[in-house]
Design a binder for this molecule. Structure first.
Ligand SMILES: Cc1ncc(COP(=O)(O)O)c(C=O)c1O
Length: 203
């Protein structure tokens, strides 16, 4: 805040398992607990909608069931994510701390589609000269949507988002996007229901 000379109305991070989101968002959650007016928003892919379509339940942290069972938003530890380009956002669960904050209504979450994310990433590259990682493009999509909404409402909004990585190793994804080879994918409800039936039984 000392550098920017401003304080955000909304703080946005992309969400895979939650560490990147927690890094940008949790300091503001602390401010919020002390009375500051600030929204903290996690943006995840619609193809791996852990926070927006998962359940808040006890589950394993990994497919092999080696990680401890913890309460988290989950799509089920055997959830099989589709091969979207934001590979880092395909984890079945969410960190227990992020999950607890979402369940308590302290933070918000939304899911966005792959093509809308690449649109945002290309716009960002052309205006800022930085090619973002496909994972980061989810936060950029979230920030652009907040800005568009503020514009529509005639409000001024300070939006902070985390550009979590560059896309220099993801140029194939951009190639595929420009070649029209990418599609949107909404994870089917039936497949989520199937995975959730495998949750461990915890009294
Ligand atoms: C560039 C980038 N940003 C963000 C993330 C988000 O990860 P997490 O939510 O697990 O911290 C990843 C994960 O691999 C990533 O590669």
């Amino acid at each position: 805040m000392a550098i920017a000379g401003d304080y955000p109305d909304v703080v946005i991070g992309c969400h895979g398992g939650g560490s990147n989101f927690a890094g940008i968002g949790f300091p503001f959650v602390a401010d919020k607990a002390n009375g500051k007016q600030v929204r903290v928003l996690a943006v995840e892919p619609a193809s791996c909608p852990t926070l927006t379509r998962g359940v808040y339940a006890f589950d394993y942290g990994d497919t092999a069931k080696m990680a401890p069972v913890a309460k988290m938003y989950t799509l089920g530890h055997d959830f099989m994510p589709p091969g979207i380009h934001a590979g880092g956002l395909r984890y079945h669960g969410a960190s227990p701390l992020v999950s607890q904050l979402l369940a308590a209504g302290v933070i918000e979450a939304k899911a966005v589609h792959q093509l809308a994310c690449f649109d945002a990433a290309v716009l960002f590259s052309r205006t800022e000269g930085i090619i973002p990682a496909p994972e980061s493009s989810h936060a950029i999509r979230g920030a652009i949507d907040e800005a568009l909404q503020a514009k529509e409402e005639g409000k001024e909004k300070t939006i902070l988002f985390n550009l979590s990585g560059h896309g220099h190793v993801d140029m194939t994804a951009y190639d595929d996007f420009f070649a029209g080879k990418l599609t949107d994918y909404e994870y089917p409800t039936e497949a989520i229901r199937e995975s959730l039936s495998q949750l461990p039984k915890v009294e």
